[in-house]
Each structure stands twice: as C-alpha cells, then as structure tokens.
Design a protein around this ligand. Structure first.
Ligand code: GBH
Length: 475
C-alpha cells in the first residue's frame, strides 16, 4: 500500500469500536459541588505560574451539569463507546474515613445509564491524574499506603457500576503521574524528586494490580479489564543513540509493561536506576499482584520522541532548568540522563511532531512482544489553532488529516495481523489541557469557554461518517 497514510476508503472490521475520550478534571468543572474535595490538580492549577494563563478546572466544560446534552451529542456522532474518568475525590472525599459520597457515585451512575440508553459503551477509568489532595499530603504515590486507599475506591466503584460498565481501566498513563508529577514536576503535584518518581512507578503498578482484584471481586456484570499506557516510540541520535533508546524504553515503557504483563521488573531498569533508589519499596508478592491478565491493553499515541545521551551536566543542574547540549530537556531517575531533543516537523500546536508511522510501528512492536494481548487505541488526536468562520463553522482540515493518517496507520497494523479492537479520539471536547489550560484545543467538538456552547468541527462530522460506516471517508 501507499506510505503517506492518507488512504481513504479503507474498511475496518464490523466489531471495531470507535469512541471518544475525556477525563474528569479536564471536562467536569463543579469543583466544589456535591461533596467533591480538592485533588492535586486543583492545588496545582491554583498555584501561580503552574498553568498557562492561570487557568483552572473550576468550570472547565461544565460537563458535570451538561452531561445529558453531551451524551446526546455523542449519540448524534454515532459513537460506539465513551471513555471517561471518575474523580476519586467525588467518591471518597475524605480518604481518612473512607466514607463513600453517594452524590458523587450517583453522578457516574446516571452517566453510565445515559450512555447505555443511547447504545454507547461506558469505558471507565479510575485514575486520570486527579489524586485527592489529602492523599498527596500523606505522601502521594511515593508512599505505599496510597495503594490501600485506591483499592478501597476501586471496590466502591466496582460495586456501584460493575453491573453496567463495559470496560474498566485502572490507570491512565502512569508514566505521566510518576515522572511528570514527581520527577520533572510539570504536572501535579509538581515535585522534583527522582527517587519519589521511581517509588511512584511501583506504587502505581501495585495500585493497578490491587484495583483489578477489587474490581473483579465486586463487579457483578461481565466487564472487560484494562490499563492505559502512553508509549515512547523512540528515535536516537548522537553517540550512543541505541543506549539512549534502550534506557528510555526501560524507564518509560518496560517499567510498566514488564510488571503488568510479565510479572517482573527488567534487570536493566533496576541497574540503570541503582544510584537513585534500591527499589526496596518492592515487597514480596507485589509482582504477582501486579501481573494479572487484562482483556485489553490501552495504547495512547501522539508522536515519536528523539533521544540522545545527556552531555554530563549533573541531575541537579538539569533540575534547575539547564538545557542539554542539543537544547533539549531530560527527566531524572537514572545514573545516565537522556535528553529529549527537537524532532523534524511537521508539528501540531503542542509542538509534537506528526508521525503516523510511529503508531503502526508501536502496534506491531506490542503485538510482537505480547502476542496474546488484545490492544485498543485509547487516545490519539491533535491540538490545532482552529478558526471559527463567519457562519460559525470550524473547518479543521489539519485535524482531519491527522486523524486520517493515524487511522490509516492503525489499519495497516490490523492488516498485518495485530489484534486491535478499537480507536478512541482524544478528545470529544476542547478541554482543560493540563499545564496549557484552555490554550490548546484537542476536541472534535469546539467549546466556547465564555458561553460553554458546543459546536461540532468538520472533524466531528468526518468521525461520525467513519464510526457509522466503518470506512475511512474520502472527504
Ligand atoms: C494525554 O497525555 C493525556 O492522557 C490527556 O489527558 C491529554 O489531554 C492528552 O494526552 C493531550 O496532551 O515532547 O514531543 O517528546 C499525553 C502524554 C506525554 C504526550 C509526553 C506527549 C511528549 C511528546 N504526553 N509526550 S514530546
């Protein structure tokens, strides 16, 4: 076939799922309603200098109040499934007592019923980065006790929604939670502690395993079980390019896939990080808890990453904001730092390079490493500077092109025999894009953040045609 990844007319299998995704803090708003307590993202966003423009998720898309019309919107787009996340601090607002907040549970219960009434499969994520602030105050993901509280929360949700949810996802992108939250500091809680980041890696993995046990014990329906990871598809430059790629593959990819899918931490990961931690937080039995079968592995993919060995500046200098020899940044956690360098374009508005071939490569690589493991693309999409025409329409041709090319890449992986079950576009709505606030728009539906009005972009109409016909549209 062609290699420009723009193959209109390709057909996806009948059972292939087309959906859209969001996350609680990014869309809900209603930050202090019905018993919700602050999460680390409320605290972070309200700390001056952390989020562009001082934006917060206080209102966001106001989805907490507009959920019903948002469900109608999804139905009008012909979506098979909706991937959303649950705000932990709506469910267990005070982890010290563990008391369940029924008003919070009821919100998600209504949402699930509303999805099912419209023929849309609920795909629920327990943790998409909004840790209750009181748990961070007690040490956050750097301490083991957080996994006790997560297990309790998972059991509550299993009992509440496990009769109706189609797919449970334990964690979204634990790489981001651990390394951006506790190492590099660009995400909440904004800590710069390499040893804490690696402890967080393990405690997130353990939380995944304990949550799976709790969900399986309490769900009375027959949900599927999953976790979603963001993979680094690597390119290397400079002397020692292969070594740089191996190190990031160990730290970013295999630190999660090996315990979850093989029941072990890889020897090279332990070796590379020995100067930072002795991994004594791994206790007997943990790996068996983490290593449980999952029905689907969720894959989030946006772009490739290019790495080279760091030039010798100390981790401290790097933490203090120095750039590497090639002008890039690194993140701490290893005896030999690796620098992330600028990549060839074209780019999206995030500055991330557009590389659909990386998605095909990733899917092939995962199915080679884990031949029995079904895969699901749980996020893919792009931010662009959308322009609203005089008649109010949004012709986001660049987003349509991005989606078409990545779906073509996914189709090529399917043709090569990869067991890929579906594709979720990030995102349904323009929303709170973490450190960038409302400045970066990923939605296939525009949100006017003054009026909160929703307007489907051309990409939404295009995606509806795909979801309803299962054929990549020509236009
Ligand atoms: C996802 O994370 C999140 O799950 C979602 O909430 C978020 O809104 C969405 O993506 C869009 O950001 O600097 O070129 O090496 C994305 C995780 C990890 C993707 C870092 C980009 C860096 C690319 N990101 N990665 S580069």
């Amino acid at each position: 076939g062609s290699t420009d990844y723009r193959d209109a007319g390709l057909a996806f299998p009948p059972g292939f799922t087309f959906g859209s995704a969001t996350a609680s803090y990014q869309v809900e708003g209603a930050f202090d309603e019905d018993g919700r307590t602050p999460s680390i993202w409320d605290t972070f966003a309200k700390t001056p200098g952390r989020v562009w423009n001082g934006d917060t998720g206080d209102v966001a898309c106001d989805h907490y109040h507009r959920w019903e019309s948002d469900l109608d919107l999804m139905a009008s787009l012909g979506l098979d499934a909706y991937r959303f996340s649950i705000a932990w601090s709506r469910i267990v607002p005070d982890p010290a007592t563990g008391a369940v907040n029924q008003a919070g549970v009821d919100f998600y219960s209504r949402l699930v019923d509303g999805l099912l009434a419209r023929g849309i499969k609920p795909v629920a994520t327990l943790y998409h980065w909004d840790l209750p602030q009181t748990l961070e105050d007690a040490g956050g993901w750097a301490v083991r006790s957080t996994t006790d509280v997560f297990e309790h929360y998972a059991a509550v949700m299993g009992a509440a929604l496990g009769d109706r949810v189609h797919t449970w996802t334990t964690l979204n992108e634990p790489w981001c939670s651990a390394y951006l939250g506790y190492g590099q500091g660009g995400h909440a809680p904004g800590r710069h502690e390499p040893a804490a980041a690696l402890a967080a890696v393990h405690h997130l993995n353990l939380a995944h395993g304990r949550a799976l046990q709790a969900l399986r014990a309490t769900s009375t329906g027959s949900p599927q079980y999953s976790a979603t990871l963001n993979f680094h598809v690597l390119r290397g430059v400079g002397d020692g390019a292969d070594e740089a790629m191996r190190r990031i593959d160990a730290l970013a990819n295999r630190a999660f896939t090996s315990p979850m899918l093989r029941g072990e931490y890889d020897a090279d990961l332990l070796e590379d990080t020995r100067s930072v931690t002795d991994w004594s937080f791994v206790q007997d039995g943990d790996l068996a808890t983490i290593h449980q079968p999952i029905d689907v592995l969720g894959v989030n993919y946006y772009s490739t990453a290019t790495v080279r060995l760091w030039d010798g500046l100390s981790p401290k200098q790097m933490n203090d904001g120095h750039k590497g020899a090639a002008g890039g940044t690194a993140w701490p956690g290893s005896d030999q730092l690796v620098e992330f360098v600028e990549q060839p374009g074209p780019y999206t508005e995030m500055g991330w390079n557009i590389a659909p071939e990386g998605l095909e490569e990733l899917l092939l690589s995962l199915s080679e490493q884990f031949p029995e493991q079904p895969l699901m693309i749980t996020e893919n999409g792009a931010a662009f500077a959308d322009e609203v025409a005089a008649d109010g329409s949004i012709d986001d041709a660049d987003r349509v092109d991005y989606l078409r090319r990545h779906l073509t890449a996914a189709h090529r992986a399917l043709q090569a025999g990869v067991d890929l079950r579906g594709y979720f576009v990030w995102s349904l709505l323009d929303n709170f894009e973490w450190g960038y606030g409302y400045a970066k728009r990923f939605g296939i539906v525009r949100v006017d953040f003054d009026t909160l009005e929703r307007t489907p972009k051309r990409s939404a109409h295009w995606f509806r045609e795909l979801a309803t016909t299962h054929v990549l549209p020509v236009g």
